[in-house]
Design a protein around this ligand. Structure first.
Ligand SMILES: *Cc1c(COP(=O)(O)O)cnc(C)c1O
Length: 349
């Protein structure tokens, strides 16, 4: 929808007898907004379809937002029809990755997730997760972090992160070139530009000032954006962040628009990402500026990288080109790049 939330009517219309699961976000990663879970889950329940809430990034922090009196749309098991919820401890529980939770509404729904096998001469297997042998390190890390922070600690961290979000939102509100695309329900913000500057150039200019902000491509009618994942640790640095953002916008306005060579755009438009040959990939990487022209004859690039792949310092041109490409082509290009980056090459003597 226009507010970047899922459209419950469109979702209901798409549900049929082949639908096994309906998924809503709390919040969506790209725009930080919580979907209308109540309407989506009701439509699913009406048809006997399970409804999962992806609360990977919001699941640990939104309950505290509610406790702090913030306005959070309903997304939990309190909503009729929600059958499962995923929560990542490696986001706002500030724990190591590898201990994410998949919560089920009832024991019956959870049961098939457990695996037992006595059909061999060894011990009777009993696994509760996708892993067989379970990694103790991340569990111990998560346990220690949770015990150390505790409920009070998480409330304090939630207070800090939401104060940072509010200050950033207000600060951005004073920059005429930028706008928050949709009022954030959680800790993520997506910013658009008014056309006076290129969002990818703003990202480069932020990187040049020591801030890594994430470029997001335009997609299905939503514009290219600058993504911020705010954490409690951001709060004490908000003034610096806003100062850097102001400077980055000014530099991006001065730099002017990023253009993609029409020949390159046409080249990309003509290729079918599903049937690309090695030669197509090499041509694309060359056109994308992701590989040095000298790599064709096997010469080493200036930094000595034997693969000939030159990692560009500024990404705006590359991002602008990816922005023109279809989603499938973006994937194909980046996979081809990763593939070339990790191929062993023989050093020439
Ligand atoms: C982080 C996240 C996930 C899980 O991704 P990981 O790479 O495993 O951390 C899923 N959904 C959303 C919305 C997320 O933010």
């Amino acid at each position: 929808g226009p507010d970047f939330r899922a459209d419950p009517a469109a979702m209901a219309a798409a549900m049929d007898e082949r639908t096994v699961l309906v998924v809503a976000s709390a919040p969506s990663y790209a725009h930080g907004v919580v979907d209308p879970v109540t309407a989506i889950a009701a439509a699913a329940a009406e048809r006997g379809i399970r409804c999962h809430v992806d609360a990977c990034i919001g699941g640990w922090v939104l309950p505290y937002a509610t406790r702090l009196g913030r306005d959070v749309p309903a997304w939990t098991f309190a909503v009729e029809g929600v059958t499962s919820i995923s929560v990542d401890l490696h986001k706002y529980a500030y724990a190591p990755k590898g201990t994410s939770l998949l919560l089920h509404r009832t024991p019956e729904l959870r049961r098939p997730q457990f695996f037992a096998s006595a059909a061999w001469p060894g011990y009777t297997m009993l696994n509760s997760t996708m892993q067989s042998t379970k990694s103790g390190g991340p569990l111990a890390g998560a346990w220690a972090v949770l015990r150390s922070l505790g409920d009070e600690g998480y409330e304090r961290l939630a207070r800090d992160v939401f104060e940072a979000v509010d200050r950033i939102r207000d600060g951005v509100g004073e920059m005429p070139e930028l706008a928050v695309v949709s009022t954030p329900d959680s800790t993520l913000l997506a910013l658009t530009t008014d056309g006076s500057c290129d969002p990818f150039t703003v990202c480069d200019e932020m990187a040049a000032r020591g801030w890594y902000v994430q470029p997001q491509m335009s997609f299905a009618g939503s514009p290219a954006t600058i993504h911020l994942s705010v954490s409690a640790a951001t709060l004490s640095h908000v003034p610096e962040l806003l100062a850097a953002l102001g400077e980055a916008v000014e530099a991006a306005v001065a730099a002017g628009p990023v253009t993609v060579d029409p020949a390159v755009a046409a080249f990309i438009g003509d290729l079918d990402p599903f049937s690309l040959s090695e030669e197509d990939f090499d041509g694309l990487l060359l056109a994308a500026g992701l590989v040095g022209a000298d790599s064709a004859d096997g010469a080493e690039s200036a930094d000595g990288a034997e693969s000939g792949l030159a990692l560009p310092q500024r990404m705006a041109e590359v991002n602008a080109m990816l922005d023109l490409a279809s989603a499938a082509m973006r994937e194909a290009l980046l996979v081809a790049f990763l593939d070339r980056l990790t191929r062993p090459t023989r050093r020439s003597r």
